[in-house]
Each structure stands twice: as C-alpha cells, then as structure tokens.
Design a binder for this molecule. Structure first.
Ligand code: IFM
Length: 448
C-alpha cells in the first residue's frame, strides 16, 4: 500500500444535508407549504408513502447534530435554507422566526468551530409560487433573488460560502420531464422552461448575494455532473454518449461558463425550447467564485433507437459494483469529471459538495457496520487527492450525507448517512464509516 495521501492545509472536510430531507417540523416556526409537502402527500409519489413531516427532526435537534459533527471532526457543514420558512407565501415580508432558526444554527456552528456552507435552493419551492407556475414562471427567478438577498442580509455576518441552486438538472428534468420529483409534470417544453428559469434564478441569486458579500466570500452553483462514456466502441454509442453529456453536463456548463447553450442540444430540443430573452445568457454566465460539484456515478451510454428523446440508454456494465440505488461505484469518474471541468471551463475554485452512497445498513447490537460505504468514500478521496495533485483547484470535500434522511422519491428506505437514524426513536448512531471519516479528518488524509 502506498503512503498516506495528505490534503492541502486549507482543505475543508465536511458533510452535507438539505432542509426538506432532515428538518421535519413542517408546521413549526411559521413555515409555509412547499412543493415537496404536496408531492410527498400525494398517493403513489414517494416509496412507502413517506413524507418529510418529521424526517430527522433536525429543526429541534440541531444542537445534538452539531455535537455529532464535532465528533466527526468536521470543518464545514453544508445545509440548505427552506424557502417556505423564510417566505411562507413566496412573497411579502420575510418570516422572522424562519430567519432566526438559521441564525441560531449558524451561531452554534461557529461556536463549534464549524464553517457553514449555505445552499439557498434545494428543491423546496413554496407551494404558493408553484400555484403561479413555479419554475415555469420567470417571476420565480426574481423571487429567488429576493430570497437570496434576504438570507444574505440576515446571515451574511456568519456565512461566507454560498451555493445558489442545487442541481438544476434534477429540479428541472426529474421534476418537470420525468415527473418523479415535485412538482411532477412530464413535458419537455415545460422542463426546458423550468431549467432555463432555474439558471436565471442562479443569476439573480448571484447578483443579490454580491450586493451583500464581503471580500473573500465565495458563491456559485452546485451541479450534479457525471462523465458520459460509450458502452461499446460503435459510433452510435459514442454519439449517444455525447448527447447524454449534452443533456446532463454541457447544457449547464456551457450556459454558465460560455454564456450559450450547446448547439447540438438546441437542435435536438427544437421547438420545445423556451424564448431566451436578451440579457438572459449574460445573467446566467456572470462570474462565480466556485463551482460546487456533486458526484455519485458515471453514465455508461448505449444507443437505443426506442428512446424517443435522446436515442440513448444508460446502462450499468455487467459485474460492476453498485450501491443500493443501483448506481455503479466508479471512483475514477470523480477525477475524470473534475479534470475535465477544470480543463474545459476553468472555474476559479471547486468543491465536492456531495459524494456518498446508499447501502442497506442495519443496526445490530447498537452498531452499524458499513464497510462498503467506508470503501466508497476512501476510493473517492483517493481520486480527489489525485485531482488536487494534477492542479485542479479543489478545496474541500463534503460527504452526502451527515445523517440518513428523506431520499426524495425513495423515502427513508435509502440510507446515505455517516450517522444512522433510528426513525422510531430519533436516536443517532455514528456508523463505522463515520468513525472512519473522523480518523480521516483528524489525520487530514487517507491511506493511498
Ligand atoms: O439526496 C440527494 C440530494 O438531495 C441531492 N443530490 C443527490 C442526493 C442522493 O440522491
């Protein structure tokens, strides 16, 4: 075995969560209703009929959770703001109780020596905005600007790292094309409009944040990125992989870093494309300080003439290891995507804001033994270190997730946490992988 791989001194060891997935307390503190409250309460939308009503009850238990973060030795904690806690009706005066909750959270993190990384939108749009069209209404982007401004003004003393929108691909396409996320529509033109408005919202959010940020503060967007590779060596597979890359990666990266959507995808989308108004692309492509990368797996793509949209199908290579989500474990893909983003788009700084795996964890005699997750994280950290060594300006790593939580359409059946949640009692148990991660943060590195 090679010697230890030590990370740069300023490297941040973190873990991430999102509001709807952990907070619960959906009726407390003046919170309004979000599209995920409505979606999860609609029969058949979420496995097992699970909802985020209680989740990990983090809204009440955050002091305990911060103490656990200290046990893990975290230097950073990424969490999101529940928009309906701040603007219960989507507009009007902000809800002071909602802002106070996040102020208390930020203060307590600082007291524990943990740096907050705040995501402004992780998919819980206020339902009243959905009633006015949600992300298909350009006005929602403007409203998001108000949210960004309000939150930055309230928390800016204690927050110096901001993420505008989490994974616009997921919110746009899973929510509006595939219909498996809120609000659950299934239409390409609707999805493209929503996705464009999510990117516009990122632009509005950046401008709003800039007006409140201080020197040295950093803001950017979080993208879920995956290298797309052909399943075989035929041209048909190669071209299909390029289309999937256009759909999931280039659509966002080109817009954000080149100020234009890729031509090949514009051709494919044709009449389904929304109107792009003068100034939109400049707004979307305004400079950012960091790119937040969420990485889970790669896309291995096969030509599929039966797919009406991209004539492509994602497959898992035979015999490849997979997580409980059925996602291939492919650590090299983390290096590949970071290197490519750096070479092709050159964001000034990069962070891995999500990386992790769901496995079928079991609590046995008070312990959770999850060697597969430990191995998953270890192998990905080796690739992160490789990227740093090859000059990628990568500055930190956040495990998804701190806690087991509400995994959207999969409900509580999928466990991603370093910390196990016994949902019947709300007891928290640090898993074997969590203890391992504590050693990593202490030693500031992993074995090579
Ligand atoms: O749980 C999600 C998270 O909310 C966004 N990124 C992917 C994770 C795992 O599916």
């Amino acid at each position: 075995m090679a010697g230890p791989l030590i990370f740069p001194e300023s490297w941040v060891w973190g873990a991430a969560t999102a509001a709807y997935q952990i907070e619960g307390a959906v009726r407390d503190g003046g919170r309004g209703i979000s599209i995920w409250d409505v979606f999860s309460h609609s029969p058949g939308k979420v496995a097992n009929g699970d909802t985020g009503d209680i989740a990990c009850d983090h809204f009440h238990r955050y002091p305990e959770d911060i103490a656990l973060m200290q046990e893990l030795g975290l230097g950073g904690y990424r969490f999101s703001i529940a928009w309906p806690r701040i603007f219960p009706t989507g507009a009007g005066r902000p809800n002071a109780e909602g802002l106070d909750f996040y102020r208390r959270l930020v203060d307590r993190l600082h007291a524990a020596g943990i740096t907050p990384y705040v995501t402004l939108y992780h998919w819980d749009l206020p339902q009243p905005l959905q009633d006015r069209g949600g992300w298909t209404n350009r006005d929602t982007a403007r409203r998001f600007g108000e949210l960004a401004h309000t939150v930055a003004a309230a928390l800016g003393d204690g927050v110096h790292h901001w993420v505008t929108i989490n994974e616009p691909w997921v919110a746009g396409f899973l929510g509006h094309l595939l219909g498996v996320h809120a609000p659950g529509t299934r239409d390409l033109a609707t999805a493209l409009t929503a996705t464009h408005n999510l990117l516009l919202a990122h632009g509005e959010g950046m401008s709003a944040l800039r007006s409140e940020m201080r020197d040295g503060d950093a803001a950017g967007i979080a993208l879920n990125l995956a290298p797309c590779v052909p399943a075989g060596d035929s041209n048909a597979d190669l071209e299909a992989a390029y289309r999937v890359d256009g759909f999931s990666n280039r659509w966002f990266l080109d817009a954000l870093y080149r100020g234009q959507y890729p031509d090949d995808m514009l051709q494919i989308y044709g009449d389904a494309m929304p109107e792009i108004r003068a100034g939109d692309m400049e707004r979307i492509a305004q400079p950012t300080d960091l790119l937040a990368v969420n990485y889970y797996t790669r896309s291995v793509v096969e030509y599929d003439p039966r797919d009406p949209f991209l004539q492509a199908k994602r497959i898992v290579p035979r015999g490849a290891p997979v997580t409980a989500m059925g996602w291939e474990v492919y650590p090299e893909g983390l290096y590949d995507i970071l290197k490519r983003v750096h070479d092709d788009y050159a964001p000034p700084h990069l962070l891995i804001t999500e990386n992790g795996a769901a496995y079928d964890d079991a609590l046995i005699e008070g312990k959770v033994d999850d060697p597969l997750r430990e191995r998953f994280l270890h192998e990905h950290l080796i690739q992160a270190h490789r990227a740093v060594s090859d000059g990628v300006p990568l500055e930190g790593y956040f495990v998804w997730s701190l806690l087991d939580n509400f995994e959207w359409a999969w409900g509580y059946g999928m466990r991603f946490g370093l910390i196990y949640i016994d949902y019947a009692t709300q007891e928290r148990i640090i898993k074997r992988s969590g203890h391992w991660y504590a050693a990593v943060t202490r030693e500031h590195g992993v074995s090579g």
